[in-house]
Design a protein around this ligand. Structure first.
Ligand SMILES: C[S@@+](CC[C@H](N)C(=O)[O-])C[C@H]1O[C@@H](n2cnc3c(N)ncnc32)[C@H](O)[C@@H]1O
Length: 403
């Protein structure tokens, strides 16, 4: 087994859960070596593909592990630079150096290391320049790696500094944010106030543990973002929305994605229907789906933070919808199938108000599925996704229908 490092997206726990699901359901054995704030290092037979996952920024192959004190000598003399660079005559070669975690000390170290590597490359006959970072950073962003074509045309050395050792690796994969952006804003129907982001859509799908060709449904499909990601990922997708305009919007977006990505999608009227998720089994067959990934109605759009009573009122209003839908979810999932579902979490001045999604799922016979617990990775319950200052957060739950 080789070791690979993963630089995590803005929601580290969710990114790790997605990564663990990816390994687990693709039958890739893995062992956690380091679980740090900005990165995660694991031994595995092969690396996870940073582009298949919504929550990863970069993936790097670990080439050396050294003691912290050995670093200067290692870079000046001992390291085999051939492990990192691509032989080329291009004198404009720009290589990258990224150090994790971010700290003031590591900013100074970044400059020193970049110069040492540049000198070593010159000794090897290669005229190269390092990517100059702004003064407050010690690592390249994924946008910089993609724009400079660093992986294809050059290389990036990453240093991951842990308590007693330093892992040194080469970036082998990088998330391309431009593709997500394109699918988000260039599609014919954009409803940013209502839509799930492509990033979260992909994470939700990955958390279901799907396999290529599996049947996945989003019974609250709206503009079809989850279905778009499912289509691009090679899943057989289906959707439902109560609002006819939304079902039409979903189909329009899927036609667009079919053309953009040459997917030859057919029968979209059969696949995306107008209908009530509370009666999903009237529209779609029982035991018919391997996976459900969905963000249901989270309550009315709010302009300002609700007070405690207002938030409790919204939860009371949507609880019957979730309860009725989860019963249907149990019917349409095949035994062993999984659902990843978002539910609302209001952050009020007087505390958190949430839907007891686990209780409702339990009532319909669905069992919680905790990928992180399975690999003994500590994490707060439930998984959440929200940004600093937001008053409506998302909880992300995964449930399984017993075999
Ligand atoms: C949060 S939005 C889904 C966003 C969607 N993932 C997207 O990217 O556009 C919730 C959707 O649920 C739909 N909806 C509300 N109640 C429903 C029901 N009972 N059955 C089906 N769809 C429903 C709404 O019309 C809305 O489009």
């Amino acid at each position: 087994m080789e070791a690979f490092a993963y630089m995590l997206g803005k929601n580290r726990i969710l990114s790790i859960a997605e990564l663990a699901s990816h390994f687990h359901f693709n039958g890739i054995g893995f062992r956690v070596l380091e679980n740090r704030q900005d990165f995660f290092i694991a031994e595995s037979e092969r690396p996870a593909d940073a582009n298949a996952l919504g929550g990863l920024i970069k993936a790097a192959e670990i080439r050396n592990v050294i003691g912290r004190k050995e670093l200067p000598g290692f870079l000046k003399h001992d390291s085999d630079m051939n492990l990192f660079f691509i032989k080329t005559d291009d004198s404009r070669l720009v290589f990258g150096v990224s150090i994790y975690p971010w700290s003031r000390k590591n900013i100074e170290l970044h400059k020193r290391i970049s110069l040492i590597i540049k000198k070593r490359l010159r000794e090897e006959g290669l005229k190269a320049h390092y990517f100059n970072l702004p003064k407050d950073r010690c690592s390249l962003t994924h946008v910089e790696v993609i724009r400079q074509e660093i992986i294809e045309k050059s290389f990036e050395i990453v240093l991951l500094i842990c308590d007693s050792r330093i892992y040194i690796g080469k970036t082998v994969g990088c998330h391309n944010p431009f593709e997500f952006q394109k699918r988000d804003v260039e599609r014919p129907v954009v409803r940013s106030e209502l839509s799930t982001s492509p990033r979260l859509s992909r994470i939700l799908i990955n958390l279901t543990g799907y396999r290529k060709g599996d049947k996945l449904i989003d019974p609250f499909c709206g503009t079809g973002t989850i279905l778009q990601e499912a289509a691009v990922m090679g899943l057989d997708f289906y959707g439902l929305d109560l609002d006819k305009n939304m079902a039409d919007a979903g189909r329009k977006n899927l036609y667009w994605i079919s053309e953009k990505y040459k997917l030859n999608l057919e029968n979209l009227h059969e696949k995306i229907k107008q209908g009530d998720a509370r009666n999903s089994s009237d529209v779609f067959p029982n035991n018919g789906f391997d996976a459900i990934a969905t963000e249901p109605y989270l309550g009315p759009l709010l302009k300002r933070r609700p007070d405690l009573n207002h938030a409790k009122g919204i939860i009371r209003e949507i609880e019957p919808l979730y309860e009725a839908f989860l019963k249907e979810a149990h019917k349409i999932l095949r035994p062993g199938g999984r659902i990843s579902i978002v539910s609302p979490r209001f952050i009020t001045e007087k505390g958190i108000v949430r839907l007891e999604t686990e209780r409702l799922a339990g009532k319909s016979g669905l069992q919680p599925f905790d990928i992180l617990q399975l690999y003994k990775i500590n994490h707060p319950h439930p998984l959440t996704d929200f940004e600093e200052g937001q008053f409506l957060g998302r909880e992300i739950h995964i449930f399984e229908k017993a075999e």
